[in-house]
Design a protein around this ligand. Sequence first.
Ligand code: SF4
Length: 337
Amino acid sequence: MIPLSDTGWQDQSWQEILANSVTTVAELTKLLGIEGLPLDVEVDPAFPLFAPHPYLARIETHNAHDPLLLQILPASLESAEQPGFTVDPLEEQSATFVSGLIRKYQGRVLILAAGACAINCRFCFRRHFPYDQHTLSRDGWQDIVACISRDDSLNEVILSGGDPLVVNDQRLAWVVRQLEVIPHLRRLRIHTRLPIAIPQRVCDSLLQWLAGTSLKTILVIHCNHPQELDDPVLESLQRLRQAGVTLLNQSVLLKNINDDADVLVALSERLFEADVHPYYLHLLDRVRGAAHFYLSETQAIEIHQQAASRLPGYLLPRLVREVPGARAKMPVDGFMI
Ligand code: SF4
C-alpha cells in the first residue's frame, strides 16, 4: 500500500481530492512502484484513466495484478474486437424519455444526475453513454421534477449517473426538497461509488440533507472487493447509517478481480460488519471495451454456489443480470428476486 504520508491528500476536502485525482499512467505507475513492470496498457481518450488518491492508497504497491488496480488501469484489451459487446448494452438510450430521465422499471424512475464519476471503472456499462446530451441544468431538473409529479404510479426516485454524489450538496439538497413534497414519492435511492472512491465525500453537508429528508433514503454502494473497504470507508459508512440511511451493496462479477468464492465471502462478511447488506451480484453487462472481465453464466453460477455453501442466506447477494426491456433484474441461478 502507498504510505498515507506520501501523498498529502488527507487534509483536503473531497472536492480537492477529486480535483487532484491521478489521470496519467506515468503518474499511476510511479506512485505504485510498477513503472518497470510489463503492463498491457492503452488509454482510450474517450474514457481515460481517472482515480483519486484514497482509492489508490488501498492498492498494493509493486503488484501489477492488484484487484483494485485492474479495475482502473486502461488495458489494450479494451480496443480488441469484441463480438456481442456494444456501446449501449442495456439499450438505455431508447428508455430515456425526458433528458436525464430513464424509465425502466414499474414504480421507479432513474435520474442521470451527473455525467462524471470520481473514478473511471474499466468495466462500466455506461462508459460510452452520451452524457453531454443529458447534462442537467436547473431548468432540466425542474422538467424532471414536473414529470415525476404528474405520474402517481411512481413511488421511488433513483439518483444515478455518472455518480450523483459528484453534484454539490447545495444542488442535491434543492433537488430533494423538490422531490419530497411530491405526495406519491416514498423513497430516494442513490447509486454511488463515491464513499468507496473518496470516503471524505461523506461530509457534514451531505449527512445534513440525508438526515433531514422525509423520504426513506437508500444508498447503494458499488463495492467489488473487500480490499476496497479500509477504515476510512468503514467510518464513512457508519456515519451514513447514523444518519438513518439504509445501506446496500451491489457488485459486478469480474474476471481476475472477484471471481473467487473466498473473495465474495470476505466481501459479504466485511460489508455486514459495516451494516451494509450485500444485495446484488451482477453478471457483467456486455459493454464494448470490457470483454476481458467477462465470465460466462456457468462460471458465475459455480462461483456463486460455492459462496452460497459458506454464507448464511442473508449475506448471499442475489446473482442477477439485466436484460434490455425486462421489467426487473433477472435471477441467474433460480434464486427468486
Ligand atoms: S463509478 Fe459507477 S458509473 Fe462511474 S465509472 Fe465506475 S461503474 Fe461507471
